[in-house]
Design a protein around this ligand. Structure first.
Ligand SMILES: *[C@@H]1O[C@H](CO)[C@@H](O)[C@H](O)[C@H]1NC(C)=O
Ligand SMILES: *[C@@H]1O[C@H](CO)[C@@H](O)[C@H](O)[C@H]1NC(C)=O
Ligand SMILES: *[C@@H]1O[C@H](CO)[C@@H](O)[C@H](O)[C@H]1NC(C)=O
Ligand SMILES: *[C@@H]1O[C@H](CO)[C@@H](O)[C@H](O)[C@H]1NC(C)=O
Ligand SMILES: *[C@@H]1O[C@H](CO)[C@@H](O)[C@H](O)[C@H]1NC(C)=O
Length: 449
């Protein structure tokens, strides 16, 4: 009951102040939902500022996705030589020359900054970043191998601007540098890096900077995940290759909140991401429009008419994609059975908790899935996913909060840090679900005592 009062009180304050709730967040700017124009394709990009988004080493498909989502250039921190093609769970990672060619075909600028053996923590690297920046169109997708070193270099560039350029925004000082990177699950608290931070900011070395609490520390071997807290991670649609990497990284479970092939006895396949095809919410046709993956519909939904068929593959004869098996797509759309089959071949435990996209969220929905979520969270690192991260952000943050004993304010802060604002004005249904669920969890605890 007491909690109910707190919530009402908060709502009252908000109503009288005429602005939305202000939670203090540890991000450089107020983050938007990840993925620019195409969250289904680029949910893994982490926004530092509207111009700078962070990623790990990209496949050719991800480079094309970046272009389709609205990025205008890619900066790779490292150069990958001709003998340095990579591999991510069986997916080929292109060399710099190959990545450049793909980016060019996709209409993106592309630069690689330093050699693989160069010192990325050096002032010289930050200087090179500063020098190349004016030539790049924005927004920029910035990447290294796992989204770690490039975050350091980008924020150090911003810290240097903060120090030397009074009109630069957002300001990065030592204290918010550690909070921002901590909120991203990244640790730059080693002594040698602390020296560089002090050198660039002109501030004293921070003795005991805050550090993230992610488990495992090496979670970023699966760099696509967005860490929520401790062993809770979230994101959009995983690929076949990701399942292997999740297992190798030490994850214990995958929770999938997309709809299955049927839902309440009705066909319910969600759309799958397709190269050079707009993201449409519908999969099935009706009396006037054929299904989404019908050639006629695909033709009218192309993103760029002018791409050559090489954009899809050397073998393709059309300039758009019709199916995407890598992301468990079939000839209709996303096929959840196909994902389950792949996950079941690994040691990962698989949970399917179907939540319709654009549901109105309620506390009763959460109470039905709460125990399953907490049970999964007790196994160890768990990856929650849907199509673009939205559904799992709302539920994942709430589950982590209750699992770890945090309060409403923590949840509102964390969900905004992930780019999904929740307040009485923005997603009021989720806000209400949060208030009521914390209240229930509170009285539940009291009963136990
Ligand atoms: C820091 O910023 C100043 C002013 O823009 C610039 O002249 C200098 O090269 C920058 N230093 C580094 C290391 O980026
Ligand atoms: C200072 O920052 C502003 C805003 O980001 C930018 O337009 C300008 O080019 C910067 N000046 C220098 C000298 O780097
Ligand atoms: C900062 O780094 C530069 C370049 O490496 C170096 O010349 C300078 O002495 C350093 N300054 C401090 C205060 O450590
Ligand atoms: C869900 O809502 C978003 C934003 O309001 C909209 O773009 C999207 O098409 C909707 N999806 C479905 C499946 O209705
Ligand atoms: C058929 O689907 C299209 C695309 O989703 C939609 O714009 C249209 O209104 C639908 N027509 C009918 C008759 O439901």
């Amino acid at each position: 009951m007491e909690f109910q009062n707190v919530c009402t009180w908060l709502v009252a304050i908000i109503a009288t102040s005429a602005s939305s709730v202000t939670v203090q967040v540890d991000t450089a700017v107020k983050r938007q939902p990840p993925g620019l124009k195409s969250p289904m394709k680029v949910w893994w990009a982490k926004e530092l500022t509207p111009d700078f988004h962070i990623a790990g080493r990209l496949t050719e498909r991800q480079i094309k996705y970046a272009s389709e989502a609205g990025f205008r250039s890619i900066l790779s921190l490292f150069m990958y030589e001709t003998n340095d093609g990579g591999n991510f769970g069986g997916e080929y990672l292109p060399t710099t020359a190959e990545a450049w060619a793909t980016a060019h075909m996709a209409g993106l600028q592309y630069v690689a900054l330093i050699g693989g053996n160069d010192d990325w923590t050096s002032i010289d690297t930050i200087q090179r970043f500063h020098d190349v920046l004016p030539a790049l169109r924005k927004p920029i997708l910035l990447h290294c191998d796992r989204g770690y070193t490039i975050t350091f270099v980008t924020l150090m560039h911003m810290a240097n601007q903060t120090r030397h350029n009074s009109s630069f925004e957002p300001k990065i000082y030592s204290h918010n540098f550690y909070k921002i990177t901590g909120a991203m699950g990244l640790d730059f608290t080693h002594d040698d890096m602390k020296e560089v931070v002090a050198n660039v900011t002109g501030e004293p070395v921070v003795e005991k900077p805050p550090k993230h609490n992610c488990e495992p520390e090496e979670w970023r071997d699966f760099w696509l995940a967005h860490p929520i807290s401790k062993n809770w991670y979230m994101g959009g649609q995983v690929r076949k290759c990701d399942v292997k990497i999740l297992e190798q990284t030490g994850f214990k479970a995958i929770i999938n909140m997309r709809l299955g092939v049927t839902h309440n006895g009705q066909p319910s396949q969600e759309p799958t991401a397709l190269l050079n095809v707009k993201d449409e919410p519908t999969t099935y046709g009706n009396s006037t429009t054929p299904p989404r993956q019908d050639l006629k519909t695909l033709e009218t939904n192309k993103i760029n008419e002018h791409h050559s068929s090489d954009y899809i593959s050397k073998k393709s004869r059309i300039n758009y994609e019709t199916e995407n098996p890598l992301e468990f797509g079939d000839d209709i759309g996303y096929n959840e059975d196909a994902e389950e089959e792949v996950v079941m071949k690994t040691s990962l435990k698989y949970y399917h908790i179907p939540i319709p996209p654009n549901s109105t969220f309620t506390a009763s929905m959460f109470s039905q899935i709460r125990d399953t979520l907490i049970q999964a969270g007790q196994l160890g690192p768990v990856m929650l996913h849907c199509s673009d991260g939205r559904r799992v952000a709302y539920f994942g943050v709430l589950a982590a909060a209750i699992h770890e004993g945090h309060d409403l304010n923590w949840a509102l802060k964390r969900v905004q840090e992930l780019g999904f604002e929740v307040s009485p004005d923005v997603q009021p249904d989720v806000y209400k679900m949060y208030c009521e669920s914390f209240e229930q969890s509170h009285s539940f605890k009291n009963e136990e005592l």
